[in-house]
Design a protein around this ligand. Structure first.
Ligand SMILES: Cc1cc2nc3c(=O)[nH]c(=O)nc-3n(C[C@H](O)[C@H](O)[C@H](O)COP(=O)(O)O)c2cc1C
Length: 258
């Protein structure tokens, strides 16, 4: 296992980042790279991992664009892992289709259940439930590292829920308008103009105008700004005011803060 591995991740609240790090810890010569820092340079690694959250039973728009522009030879071993909160829909099928259309092969694909961060729909899971999920995640990371370490090509994992696989296409269509969905964010008087939302947005979609966040319609709806605001000043429409926030504890800003 002396080959080089690169893992590209996209993450709003840290689950996918945690998985990327846990897999990397178990592989020699493995780099973990933010997907948003990839500038189309040719990939030299022998093994490439792509790790991201499931959005609307599919994959974030940013991730589909990344898969379309990944500059990689057809001989490379590519694996994907999608973290999800409860129903993974057709996330890996979508990733596989994009790669296949480019003549590339998805050699392995894994689904990893993590705490659900979709605060627009649900409260964050209890600490007890989170701990259980994280324990299972460590085992899964071990399994993934073993599988990809030996460049095995198992079946791509699929959601066992018939319902979400059948209706995945319907919900996934909602993501077509995702960039404008930031029109639903609101900011209240508790905002201290700290700029953390600007700092944590993975796609640089937020700027401060008169000290308040302004979303510039390139949103991926990762909810990092809302979940990680230290003053709880950001909400989505009228849906999140009383909901518990979620941030994976491994996630830190470049200045070391959560
Ligand atoms: C916009 C959005 C849509 C989501 N859609 C789904 C979904 O369809 N199915 C699911 O199981 N989880 C869904 N989730 C939950 C995330 O996939 C899950 O919590 C993931 O681990 C978050 O990863 P991150 O912390 O790396 O951002 C969604 C989350 C967001 C923010």
């Amino acid at each position: 296992m002396s080959e080089l591995t690169e893992i590209y991740y996209f993450s709003g609240t840290g689950n996918s980042f945690q998985l990327a790090c846990d897999i990397a810890d178990r592989l020699p010569n493995c780099a973990v790279i933010k997907m948003t820092e990839y500038n189309n340079e040719p990939v030299c690694a022998d093994r490439v991992g792509v790790i991201f959250p499931v959005y609307m039973w599919g994959i974030p728009k940013y991730v589909s664009e990344f898969l379309k522009r990944l500059n990689i030879g057809k001989d490379k071993y590519i694996f994907a892992a999608a973290t999800y909160g409860g129903s993974a829909g057709k996330a890996l099928d979508i990733a596989q289709e994009i790669l296949e259309r480019r003549g590339l092969q998805l050699s392995a694909g894994f689904l990893v259940r993590m705490p659900d961060n979709y605060i627009i729909g649900y409260n964050a899971p209890s600490e007890k439930k989170q701990a259980k999920l994280f324990k299972a995640e460590k085992h899964k990371a071990e399994h993934i590292a073993q599988t990809v370490g030996y460049m095995k090509k198992p079946d791509i994992e699929k959601s066992r829920l018939v319902f979400d696989r059948i209706f995945a296409g319907v919900l996934y269509k909602k993501l077509n308008g995702v960039h404008d969905m930031d029109k639903g964010f609101t900011v209240n008087d508790k905002c201290t103009s700290c700029g953390k939302c600007v700092n944590v947005c993975p796609v640089g979609n937020i700027k401060l105008t008169d000290g308040k966040p302004q979303w510039t319609h390139r949103c991926e709806l990762c909810l990092g700004c809302l979940q990680r605001c230290p003053a709880r000043a950001i909400d989505y429409k009228n849906k999140t005011r009383n909901r518990k926030r979620y941030v994976n504890s491994v996630y830190k800003c470049s200045d070391g803060s959560k």
